[in-house]
Design a protein around this ligand. Structure first.
Ligand code: TEU
Length: 543
C-alpha cells in the first residue's frame, strides 16, 4: 500500500495579510501569493495551509468570517482564488483552506438574522442564554481574548456566547441545521478542488457551556464522525484539526484508525513553557529537557497509529528562531539546527512563512503599537492578576501574535518588497539583512537547508516510516534521536546551545555511513564521544 500524499509532503503556511501585496494597498493578497508560487515550488512543498481569505470585517484578521463562500475584497476575488488553485496545482501544490466554524463573524447573515428576535429561525444557529440571577452573564466562562465569554444583546435581552472576541459569536453545534450548513459549505469547497482543511479550534465544537465545558466536550467526536460521513469519506484530502486540548491520550480519537482527521495540531510543546498564572504573557525561556520529553511522548503515542504534525511556529506563535534558537549571533546556524531537529521526526512538517529564511520576531516599544485583538483583550485581565505593564509588554514581545505576523521579507527594497504602499503592520527593521533574495543567493543559506530537508523527506522512506528512538533525553543542551527502518539507521544530533560541548552518544545511536544533513562540516560517523560546535546539527544514515 502506498502512502497518502500528505505523509511524504511538507506543508507551508501562508498568512495572506502578510505574505505578498500585489495591488499596493499594504495588505497581502491572492494575486501576491500567485506571484510567489515559484518560491514555494522551489522549496518543494506539497501543500499550502492558507489562513482565512474569506469575507470578514477582520476583527481577528479573517478568523471572523462573514461569508464562507466569498473572498474578502482586500484579498481578491473568487476568480483570483480559482487561478491560485490552478497555478498551485500546476506546480504540484495543493491548497488547504482554513475552516473556522467554532464561530462566525457577528456580521455574518446568520448572526444578523439571529439577533433580530428571539423567534427568528436563525436564532438557534448561535448560543443564547438569559442573564444570570444578578442580571449579569449566565456563568463565569472567560473568553480566550480576555473578559467574559458572554455579551449582552440589548435588543433581545439575552446573552450570546463567544469564546473569542465579541465579534466572533460561537456557532451552536448542537443544532443539526447548523451542522448541515457546515457540511454543505465544506463539500462546496472540496468540489472546487481544494486539497483539504485546517480546522480552527476544532476541539471546541463539542462544548457544553452550561456545564462550563469548552474544550474536548461531550459531543466533539460525534460531530467529527458526522463530518466524516457527510463530507470526508471517499475523498483523498488532508485534514488537520487545531486542538489545544489534544493529549497523547486522546489523539488517536482524532487521527487513529477510524478517526475523522489526518492529524491534529497539538500544542504541548508550546504550553510546556507557559507560566501557571500569566500563561504566555511572560518572557520565559523554554526548558530543553521538557521540550524534548513532549516531542518524544508524541512520537511514541502515534508511533503505530495516527500521525503527527510537526511545527515550531505559526501565525499565533513566536518565530521559531527567536523562541527556540538564537536570533542574534547564531541566527543562521540555529535556524538550520531547529529545522533539522523537526524535519527528521516522524510526521508532516509545517513551515510558517518566513521561517525558511530565518525571519525573527519584531519588537514593539509600547502596547498601543500592537494591532492584535488578543494583546488588547488580555492586558486588562493580566493587570488584574497583578502583572506590571513592563512585564506584560515583555511577555507580549516574547509570545504575542503580531511579533510573528510582520510582512514577509522578500528583498532589501522599501518595505522588504512586500508592498509598494504602506504595510498594515510595519516590516521588521532587520529586512535589509534578512530577506529571501539575500538568503536564497547563498548556497549555505537557510532556504537551501530547508529545501534539502524537504527533498530528503520525499527521497528517504526512513524519514516517513522509521521507528523513532529518543536518545539522551535528559541532556540539558543536546537533542538526539535515531530513526530505524528496514535495517537502516539514521541518527540526528544537535547542540541547541551557543557553547561548544562534548557529547557522549549512547551506543543505540552509533552510526557510520553518509552524512545526510549538516549545518557545518559533514561527518561520516556518529559514535561515542562527539565534539559539537555551537548550534551544530548533523544527521548520518548508515546500514
Ligand atoms: O487560535 C486558537 C487559539 O486558541 C489562539 O487564539 C490561542 O488562544 C492564542 O493564540 C494563544 O494565546 C485559532 C487561530 O489560529 C487564531 O488565529 C484565531 O484568533 C482563533 O483561533 C480564533 O479563531
Amino acid at each position: 500500500m502506498h502512502d497518502p500524499w500528505w505523509k511524504t509532503s511538507v506543508a507551508y503556511q501562508i498568512y495572506p495579510r502578510s505574505f505578498a501585496d500585489a495591488d499596493g494597498d499594504g495588505v497581502g493578497d491572492i494575486a501576491g501569493i500567485v506571484s510567489k508560487l515559484d518560491h514555494l515550488a522551489d522549496l518543494g512543498i506539497g501543500f499550502i495551509w492558507l489562513s482565512p481569505v474569506y469575507c470578514s470585517p477582520m476583527a481577528d484578521n479573517g478568523y471572523d468570517i462573514s461569508d464562507y463562500r466569498a473572498i474578502a475584497p482586500e484579498f481578491g476575488t473568487m476568480v483570483g482564488f480559482d487561478r491560485l488553485l490552478a497555478e498551485a496545482k500546476a506546480r504540484g501544490i495543493g491548497i488547504v483552506m482554513d475552516l473556522v466554524v467554532n464561530h462566525s463573524s457577528d456580521e455574518h447573515a446568520w448572526f444578523r438574522a439571529a439577533r433580530e428576535s428571539r423567534d427568528n429561525p436563525m436564532r438557534d444557529f448561535y448560543i443564547w442564554r438569559d442573564p444570570g440571577p444578578d442580571g449579569g452573564p449566565p456563568n463565569d466562562l472567560a473568553s480566550y481574548f480576555g473578559g467574559p465569554a458572554w455579551s449582552f444583546d440589548e435588543a433581545t435581552g439575552q446573552y450570546y456566547f463567544h469564546l473569542f472576541d465579541r465579534k466572533q459569536p460561537d456557532l451552536n453545534w448542537a443544532n443539526p441545521a447548523l451542522r448541515a450548513a457546515v457540511w454543505e459549505m465544506m463539500n462546496w469547497w472540496f468540489d472546487k478542488g481544494i486539497a483539504g482543511f485546517r480546522m480552527d479550534v476544532i476541539d471546541l465544537i463539542g462544548k457544553d457551556p452550561d456545564r462550563g465545558i469548552t474544550a474536548d466536550g461531550p459531543s466533539l467526536f460525534d460531530h467529527l464522525a458526522e463530518m466524516q460521513r457527510e463530507v470526508l469519506d471517499g475523498r483523498d484530502v488532508v485534514t488537520v484539526g487545531e486542538a489545544w486540548s489534544a493529549s497523547p491520550e486522546n489523539a488517536l480519537r482524532y487521527c487513529g484508525q477510524g478517526g475523522a482527521l489526518s492529524m491534529v495540531f497539538q500544542f504541548s510543546h508550546v504550553t510546556a513553557g507557559w507560566d501557571p498564572v500569566f500563561g504566555k504573557w511572560t518572557d520565559r525561556k523554554p526548558d530543553l529537557v521538557a521540550l524534548k520529553r513532549v516531542f518524544n511522548a508524541w512520537q511514541s503515542a502515534l508511533a503505530e497509529e495516527g500521525w503527527n504534525s510537526l511545527f515550531w511556529s505559526n501565525h499565533d506563535l513566536p518565530r521559531a528562531v527567536s523562541k527556540y534558537g538564537d536570533d542574534g549571533e547564531w541566527r543562521v546556524r540555529s535556524a538550520k539546527a531547529l529545522a533539522t531537529v523537526l524535519h527528521l521526526m516522524k510526521g508532516t512538517p509545517y513551515i510558517y512563512q518566513g521561517e525558511e529564511i530565518g525571519m525573527t520576531n519584531t519588537r514593539f516599544d509600547r502596547l498601543d503599537a500592537f494591532d492584535d485583538v488578543e494583546v488588547h483583550g488580555q492586558w486588562p485581565d493580566m493587570r488584574a492578576r497583578g502583572l506590571s505593564e513592563a512585564a506584560f509588554l515583555a511577555g507580549a514581545n516574547a509570545n504575542g501574535r503580531d511579533n510573528a505576523r510582520t510582512p514577509m521579507q522578500w528583498d532589501a527594497s522599501a518595505h522588504a518588497g512586500f508592498t509598494t504602499g504602506t504595510p498594515w503592520l510595519a516590516v521588521n527593521p532587520n529586512y535589509p539583512a534578512i530577506n529571501a533574495a539575500a538568503d536564497r543567493a547563498d548556497p549555505d543559506g537557510i532556504f537551501a537547508h530547508y529545501r534539502h530537508l524537504v527533498a530528503l523527506r520525499k527521497a528517504r522512506p526512513i524519514i516517513t516510516h522509521g521507528r523513532f528512538v529518543p536518545l539522551a533525553e535528559d541532556h540539558p543542551a543536546v537533542w538526539a534521536y535515531a530513526r530505524e527502518h528496514e535495517g537502516q539507521r539514521l541518527t540526528m544530533v544537535a547542540n541547541l546551545s551557543g557553547e561548544a560541548l562534548g557529547f557522549a552518544l549512547p551506543p543505540e545511536g552509533a552510526v557510520t555511513g553518509a552524512c545526510l544533513v549538516t549545518n557545518l562540516a559533514p561527518r561520516a560517523s556518529l559514535a561515542g564521544a562527539i565534539d559539537l560546535a555551537p548550534w551544530e546539527a548533523v544527521a548520518v544514515l548508515g546500514p
